[in-house]
Design a protein around this ligand. Structure first.
Ligand code: ADP
Ligand code: MG
Length: 445
């Protein structure tokens, strides 16, 4: 069964049943059953009365949302509402299969996308496609380097379509998720959940199509889906790290179709655009004033991609929050960025370039490079960190000590343990194996 929002609540509730004694659970949660609405990454769950609502909000909401986050990588939240709080036309829709997971990040909108010379054309075409799906360019094929805004723009199309009409079925998938979905269904001999997820779409967004290379059988299935959507005049958007005719290991009848729609590319932003992006992000991220010299310093030192730029800015802001100061200065920013700059320098110093590795791992897991370098122990940071250790050891042949330096000055036993952990699991854990293979392919290893 595919994860619908209803499933997510049911799973969370089942888990809560194991955390509380029977009376507490029955008094509070037994009658909390239906998901009634989903909007802006908030899942609305119906509660029978105000008393229960208040109790949940005061005592349990954090735990409940923490449980939810173990079931999904998206940043979702539950909100508990009484019937009278939901508008008439929206109640109750718990049986409505439109409550599927679209996997879109609501922050990826056209409004939050900073336009400059490097992405102006791509932006305009995407906006046109969002306004008139399947009319302007189908499929729309977006390519460009890591961290330049492909996923953002593609999701902006999906969000725009849904903003206009919540009943549209828009689905965002990474190409490797498509492979996982398809192989899981064929292995279990039951295509129901696959069909439920991919049937009847109005708009399909497939990210990083080059990953399809590792799933030969999935390519056939994707070809069918692709044709079906095009024939039914439904919009398809594809992103890739290269033009369609340079895709390797993907059958030609697919790549030639990718090129039949419209292709746009995104280039690297110049200094001025990087500063503009930082200015915008700074306004979104903090009420604190960040002086221009700090923004220029970041823009001059983090030139490769926008994710990196964002990561650096986050670090500067995070530093000021943790160390509790309001006036961010150039010197303080330099302190805050020390580890990231050292990491970059280690890329320059080494012949074998691991430049993109951490960005790619971070991207794969939906976290930031800072999270990998940090000391945070949350499982969704620890695994990517261990994978980074393992890949730097196995595939770049770096000594433990060097990996330690690259990964935020960790000592060599920590690195050794991380490498061993992945090594001992990789052959028995298919998902882990697939993740590592996907990442290796992205870094051309
Ligand atoms: P890609 O898919 O090309 O690897 P992403 O779309 O994931 O890159 O972009 C990386 C990060 O940079 C995201 O957080 C995204 O929101 C941000 N970003 C990229 N381009 C822009 C832009 N032009 N304006 C604002 N943010 C951007
Ligand atoms: Mg992307």
């Amino acid at each position: 069964m595919q994860n619908t929002y209803q499933d997510l609540w049911t799973k969370t509730k089942d888990y809560l049943a194991t955390c509380f004694n029977e009376t507490t659970f029955n008094d509070t949660f037994a009658k909390v059953c239906d998901v009634v609405k989903f909007q802006n990454n908030v899942i609305y769950v119906l509660v029978p009365d105000n008393y229960i609502k208040t109790k949940i909000n005061h005592m349990y909401i954090e735990k409940i949302n923490a449980v939810l986050n173990t079931f999904t990588t998206e940043k979702l939240k539950f909100k508990f509402v009484c019937e009278n709080e939901i508008k008439k036309e929206e109640t109750p829709i718990s049986t409505n299969n439109r409550l599927y997971l679209n996997h879109l990040n609501e922050n990826h909108s056209f409004e939050s996308f900073v336009v400059g010379e490097s992405n102006n054309f791509a932006y305009r075409i995407c906006l046109n496609v969002a306004e008139q799906p399947a009319f302007i360019a189908n499929p729309l094929y977006i390519f460009g380097g890591v961290g330049l805004g492909k996923t953002h723009l593609m999701q902006a199309i999906g969000n725009y379509i849904l903003d206009k009409d919540l009943n549209k079925k828009v689905l965002y998938v990474q190409a490797n998720d498509f492979i996982v979905d398809y192989s899981k269904s064929t292995q279990s001999g039951n295509m129901d959940s696959f069909n439920e997820k991919y049937d009847d779409l109005d708009c399909l967004l497939v990210d990083d199509i080059q990953m399809l290379e590792i799933g030969k059988k999935s390519q056939q299935e994707f070809f069918k889906l692709f044709n079906d959507l095009i024939n039914r005049k439904k919009q398809i958007v594809i992103t890739s790290d290269c033009p369609a005719n340079q895709l390797k290991g993907i059958m030609e009848r697919l790549t030639s179709r990718f090129a039949q729609g419209m292709t746009v590319d995104i280039k690297r932003p110049d200094l001025e655009q990087r500063v503009n992006i930082l200015k915008r992000k700074a306004l979104e991220l903090t009420p604190k004033n960040i002086p221009d010299d700090v923004l220029y310093f970041i823009a001059q030192n983090f030139t490769d991609n926008i994710r990196e730029l964002e990561g650096a800015l986050n670090r500067v802001i995070g530093h000021s929050d943790v160390c509790n100061y309001n006036n961010i200065t150039l010197d303080k920013a330099k302190d805050a960025l020390e580890a990231l700059l050292a990491y970059k320098k280690s890329n320059v110093d080494t012949k074998e370039n691991h430049d993109d590795l951490l960005s790619i791992i971070a991207d794969f897991y939906g976290i930031s490079v800072n999270d990998i370098l940090s000391t945070k122990r949350k499982q969704n940071f620890v695994l990517p960190r261990h994978i980074a250790m393992y890949i730097l050891k196995q595939h770049y042949n770096y000594p433990y000590a060097k990996i330690g330096v690259i990964l935020g000055n960790r000592d060599h036993t920590t690195i050794m343990n991380g490498c061993n952990k992945i090594e001992s699991e990789i052959n028995s854990n298919k998902e882990l194996k697939m993740a590592v293979e996907t990442i290796l392919k992205k870094v051309n290893k």
